[in-house]
Design a binder for this molecule. Sequence first.
Ligand code: A3G
Length: 147
Amino acid sequence: MRMLLIHADYLEYEVRDKALKNPEPISDEQKKGRLDEVLAVFISVEKVDEANPDEVVEKAIAEIEDVAKQVKAERIFVYPFAHLSSELAKPGVALEILKKIEEKLREKGYEVKRAPFGYYKAFKLSCKGHPLAELSRTIVPEEGVSK
Ligand SMILES: NCC(=O)N[C@H]1[C@@H](O)[C@H](n2cnc3c(N)ncnc32)O[C@@H]1CO
């Protein structure tokens, strides 16, 4: 799994077109979304993650929470982003992993939104620009090392 974490004044998106034949079904309300004072987490789920999805979810949560605490972010935007890797996991597995990350972060008390899966989306992002505002992490299952 590859993650790009951006601490932002806001992130807003608007769904444009389908990027998959069968994208995630969404309500009209989910076609647009915005969070202010947010840690935006752009995530590419990778083929290697298919070996142990639950472990990858746990490691991702740990990394995201570590950064959220450092930048004092209470809101997290989980953003499916297929552009951080050339070894992408199958859509079905990727969506399940992203949903679990969303659910577990919410259980930990964060306000969480997840952008719709399987669509092209317009988005606006206002990065805060402080030293910890732009970070990346790589997560692999089993003995993998998070960077
Ligand atoms: N920016 C627009 C976009 O990325 N759209 C992507 C994601 O929403 C989603 N997607 C498919 N596979 C994956 C994956 N392995 N990891 C994350 N998202 C995925 O499906 C779209 C087409 O790849």
